[in-house]
Design a protein around this ligand. Sequence first.
Ligand SMILES: Nc1ncnc2c1ncn2[C@@H]1O[C@H](COP(=O)(O)OP(=O)(O)OP(=O)(O)O)[C@@H](O)[C@H]1O
Length: 471
Amino acid sequence: MTEESHRSPMGPAGADAGQGLWQACVEQLAQDLPEQQFNTWIKPLVAQVAEDFSKVTLLVGNRFKLDWIRAQYAGRIAALLESIYGQSVTLELALAQREAVARTYIRPATTPAATPSDAPNHSSDEAPAGAFRTRLNPALTFETLVEGTANRMARSAAMHVAGMPGHLYNPLFIYGGVGLGKTHLVHAVGNKLLADRPDAKVLYIHAEQFVSDVVKAYQRRTFDEFKERYHSLDLLLIDDVQFFANKDRTQEEFFNAFEALLAKKSHIVMTSDTYPKGLANIHERLVSRFDSGLTVAIEPPELEMRVAILINKARAESTEMPEEVAFFVAKNVRSNVRELEGALRKILAYSRFNQKEISIQLAREALRDLLSIQNRQISVENIQKTVADYYKIKVADMYSKKRPASIARPRQIAMYLAKELTQKSLPEIGELFGGRDHTTVLHAVRKISGERQQLTELNQQLHVLEQTLKG
Ligand SMILES: Nc1ncnc2c1ncn2[C@@H]1O[C@H](COP(=O)(O)OP(=O)(O)OP(=O)(O)O)[C@@H](O)[C@H]1O
């Protein structure tokens, strides 16, 4: 739960009684609904109850959830609230927007605007008087984050920090490609710390928003307030620090905040799309500080993890996805979790709309566009060209007999990618690489896939190549 719900702008007595009404409703729902459904849909809800109990506003993490809760649970919740309170209660649903730029509560067009007394003042970016905004999304927790080899180390470091902030791994620097769960993980740290210590001062912020805060402080000459705000935190979660590139004043302010927070043993968790030394146009003194705690990568999820994510996310939507379907989707959607979620949404919508059971055939139809784009794009020739460009060798070297490491290694990488990203057999791949034997291809595939597990840099390079090839 975010602090906002603890400190609603209502009077304390009204707030407590209001939360009591909501709590009673939640307890009843916990008994009535299957545990999974309750945990997914009801538990993360944050309620704001009007002082006279005439209206309850539920804040929901995103529009998809909002639509689902409206369709599946709103009627039941409204009826329960009325039966507990004994008089009519208006139920409203509103979006709790977490996006970096907007950062305000957005009300869907169908929902009448709430009165100022029961909603926080989100017209500006500042917190309402007396309240401290964490900007955490309560739905992004450790419980909803599937664990796998790809994120095990990052996840366990993050859990450690959430359990004992200010001690080991400070700062914690998490990096990886797009849509791999970095944002999810940092929110999980904040949510866990707040669950353990509701009074902790936790702030999640996207680096772009930090830049804009610096600009505002500059324009309004309010650097004292700015410092007071950032330097007093117990936990600062800052997303996508690569956005600091070339922003000198921001980097200076962040450096100051960083030093102040570390000096008072507050914790800092950062994310970025690359490891600290890979960051461009960021001052060396910041880069070396980023690297001074623990730096961990989140890798693209492996097949089994993608399958587990699909099955879990389908369950969260109260749908069972057969394992064979999850394998089919996971084999075809490999780049990141966000894409996996997109594919799942398409399948669920297709199944509901056509009132058909989820099967491989249905998944194939639902993902037709996506699959055809993939098939069209990835050919062995395309892989050879992309890899040659990336490692700055000639495409002809892919077929040549030359053996210096500067050529042999990119060639092995291209063979590995050909096996991974196309349906071609080992002998077919060998043939396309200048008539090589299938055992040569097998050797390359094993070697690169083994090294990929060990060498972060190689893994990053492969990830870039995969993303490029998949467009
Ligand atoms: N291991 C996981 N288990 C469950 N959901 C996951 C997992 N990893 C990522 N997700 C989900 O995938 C989506 C994308 O993740 P997230 O936004 O955290 O990615 P990111 O790495 O921050 O990407 P970007 O760099 O684009 O901001 C989110 O909805 C997140 O909840």
